[in-house]
Design a protein around this ligand. Structure first.
Ligand code: PMT
Length: 451
């Protein structure tokens, strides 16, 4: 909780914004300069701040100043192909815990009320899955104009929260009235009431707070006919343990599970599927994510044409031949996504011989960042059992972990994810660093069941 010391430069340790990721959309108004202080105060309190600036906003403050304060690049162009590949307007909003629009100008408010999406800021807002907090600032006559008031009422009816404007002297000489951007302290206090900012609950704290993790687990069942199917011995214990460990670390977790007899883990959204095709569709529906872990033992093949009726055993006839076709490779599909690839894609390798060599080959073939290799020979009892002994394989080499419980494997694996994500709430890519250095304004012309 934070209601004091906003003018202090001392970091406030127990602020509700700690580890939260705030997307700040800066509109084009004289009050835009106050956003520099807002960014500073949020970052002092441990929040990651990513900024979208409208073109008009860049007339008032420069992307260079904003970049310097956020330690990230500034996003401004809807048609920036690099952004669409690396970030995209959907991810910009989905990766944030809360969105602030400040100053919310009469133009931005009108566009939002009308559902327009003709630049990056409005596209992000329209594509967002969370309602933003609007901090309006404009000339009092603009604020009191019937059109603006109509738009504000419309947005309020749509569930959008407002803070301000304050009444007072305006930047224009002789102008006074309602239209001033609220002070930073009030804006941050209002942020606390936003849904993504609430204290408590699984995603409120922990080193993976604000991250979305997808985990696949268990076997898939590939039907032969209405009563028979092809399956494997996966119990889901390892995948479910990873999902639970990620949730304990504060992540929002979507677990996509094949048929298992385990209970759904606590604080994890669990989707139940049967076949590889259903699992693939569920994974696609669960994206975007920061981390995707593919622990499911997905059947490599399915029967090309499953019988509509139970296949009958005819006296004296040979057994039916099963014509198999390849299932989609879910891990490979996600690991090679050109748009919206999770930052960390983790595969498993279940082998019965030459475990390391096969795992290294899989890492290259599937395009993932990490492979967890385990020996699933019957003698080891890994599939269905409670313990596992794994090797962590990367492009650089491998680490052998001693045998331990599947829960301990999961916990150590999640520690590894945390280590890889620990640099900053929003880490800066090399490209971002280059963009920040040059600070050029970038105006380019030119069947799933849910439980
Ligand atoms: O469920 P448990 O009883 O606890 O057992 C755990 C486990 C042994 C199943 C688990 O630790 C494990 O090894 N999971 C991966 C099983 C597997 O299918 O491995 P694979 O080597 O065949 O596949 C390689 C990778 O590709 C895996 O990440 C797999 O999820 C993925 N894959 C495979 C085929 C396919 N069509 N789509 C995929 O995504």
């Amino acid at each position: 909780m934070l209601k004091k010391d906003l003018n202090s430069s001392q970091p406030v340790v127990e602020a509700f914004v700690k580890n939260k990721r705030i997307l700040l959309i800066i509109g084009g108004g004289i009050a835009a300069y106050k956003c520099l202080d807002l960014i500073r105060r949020l970052r002092e309190r441990g929040a990651g701040v990513r900024v979208v600036m409208t073109r008009a906003a860049q007339e008032f403050i420069t992307p260079l100043s904003v970049s310097a304060l956020t330690n990230d690049r500034v996003f401004s162009d809807l048609f920036d192909l690099d952004d669409e590949r690396e970030i995209g307007h959907i991810r910009l909003s989905r990766e944030a815990d809360a969105i602030i629009v400040a100053p919310a100008t009469s133009d931005l408010i009108a566009k939002m009320a009308g559902g327009h999406a003709n630049d990056l800021a409005t596209s992000v807002l329209l594509a967002s899955d969370k309602a933003p907090l609007l901090a309006p600032a404009m000339n009092p006559h603009m604020w009191l104009n019937k059109a603006t008031q109509r738009n504000v009422e419309q947005l309020k009816a749509d569930g959008i929260a407002f803070v301000g404007p304050e009444t007072g002297e305006m930047a224009e000489r002789g102008e006074a009235g309602p239209g001033r951007l609220v002070e930073t302290a009030e804006l941050i206090a209002a942020l606390e009431t936003m849904p993504g900012m609430s204290a408590g609950g699984p995603a409120a704290s922990g080193p993976l707070s604000g991250r979305h993790v997808i985990v696949t687990s268990g076997p898939t069942h590939e039907p032969i006919d209405p009563v028979r199917y092809i399956a494997n011995r996966s119990s889901g214990k390892q995948g479910h343990a990873i999902a639970a460990a990620a949730a304990r670390a504060g992540a929002r977790v979507t677990l996509i599970s094949g048929p298992v007899s385990l209970p759904d883990p606590r604080d994890v959204e669990t989707w139940h599927v049967e076949t590889a095709a259903e699992m693939q569709a569920a994974v696609a529906g669960a994206l975007p994510a920061d981390i995707a872990v593919f622990c499911a033992a997905v059947a490599d093949w399915r029967v090309a044409e499953q019988g509509g009726q139970k296949i009958k055993k005819e006296k004296g006839a040979p057994p039916p031949a099963l014509n198999l076709v390849a299932n989609p490779d879910i891990l490979r599909t996600v690991a090679t996504l050109k748009t919206g690839r999770p930052r960390l894609v983790v595969g498993f390798a279940a082998e019965t011989e030459n475990v390391l060599a096969h795992a290294q080959a899989k890492l290259a073939a599937k395009g993932c960042d990490l492979i967890v290799a385990n020996d699933v020979s019957a003698a080891k009892g890994v599939m269905g059992g409670d313990r596992n002994s794994v090797h962590l394989v990367t492009r650089e080499g491998h680490i052998d972990w001693p045998e331990m419980s599947k829960e301990d494997v999961a916990a150590k694996l999640v520690d590894e994810f945390v280590r890889r994500f620990s640099e900053s709430a929003f880490s800066m890519t090399d490209k971002a660093k280059r963009a920040m250095k040059s600070d050029k304004p970038r105006h380019k012309k030119k069947k799933v069941r849910k439980s």
